[in-house]
Ligand binder design. Sequence first.
Ligand SMILES: [Zn+2]
Length: 446
Amino acid sequence: MVKHSYFFNRALVAEQWHKNVRATVDDNGLFAEIRIDATPQSSDTQLDCVIPTLPNCHSHVFQRCMAGLTEYKTSDNDSFWSWRDLMYQYANQIDAKQLYHIAKYTYSEMLEAGYTSVCEFHYIHRELNDSSNTENMSLALIKAAHEEGIALTLLPVLYTQAHIDGTKLSDLQQRFHLTTDEYIALYKKLEKQLFAQQNMGICFHSLRAVSLEQMQRVLKSLDKGQPIHIHIAEQQAEIEQIQHHTQLRPVEYLYQNFEVNNNWCLVHATHLNQKEIKLIADSKAVVGICPLTEANLGDGVFALPEFLQQKGRLGIGSDSHILINPFQEIQMLEYSQRLHKQQRVIASTANNPHVGTLLWTKAVRGGAQACQLPVNGIQIGQQANWISLDTSHPSLVNLSGEKCLDSIIFADNQIPYQSYLKGEKITPMHQSIKENYKKTLKSLRN
Ligand SMILES: [Zn+2]
């Protein structure tokens, strides 16, 4: 049954801009039909310029409550590692109820911003005052995502050691700890708690935090072709640790020990050599790039042009949620390259010369692969999610679709836009979600 019908004057359909696109949405909120060069019908809602929403391929939702609070000096040499100490302080104060309120607020922000699905890389397993309970924190995320309507790929994280040499987790990391048996049992329990438009994936924190044997055991017990996510090669210190211990760089070590395929999402992959770039691209795994977080943490610059040249697949994650804005993520991804290479217009090709269109379409496709949910853009059978740009704004006067998208990324982040989920407008966040979030922040910032 057709529930809604729309007519888009121009739209980024699959991977190309088209004019006069008529789209119908069925009862389940999926695209039932998409016609190019169509004529509008009287029942259609007409929109001028439409792009797909972006899947968010990497999130630690609790970190939203500390965004902006670590921008001060703690030593002469602040880095990811000093930021991590501050992040642990927050991680150790949040209970399941507070996590629920943080997630409700942040998922709602994501939806308004144009992310309609999220991969939640979740490692605070043990309830605050009841360490035997490992489910409550995950259930809070499942419930919050379901209530807000964002499609969720829950990624419970295996995190067992502080260092690749087997050093035990510190006191501040105890809430993350599960044995391999506990992890497998939790995974199986949580699978039964999912709602429609939710799925789960296997997740290893990093090669530092989990042993090869543990990874092999988990994959043997649970791998049925679902997503598999891991942080990799984010920090130079991590590369040195792995190299010292294994004589291999992290990506080489991963590929030597596992059959990495298109189920895998390698988060960050910031520091790669040519051989590693080719390994990842050839395996069809997605690299989950988090440009604003990586910039905020001083991680380094991803080898984007080299990776694109090898036909590598990428997704975008808002990770620490220092900002929740997919357009600014894309801007940072391209600008970091320009500063690094002292060139302009890095992420484009002769066939696809517009940076905005090229990166946006790649991030939609790669993000959909990383979450394995039907969020692969404006295509039949996919969720009817899109962003409608307000082309009455002065910055968009008389521009093509390609130039509208470039403009909202690079020229004017005040251009209004409206996100749609399953064929309907996403409404502004409910006041009660804001109030509960504020109450949570007040108690955390006491
Ligand atoms: Zn992360």
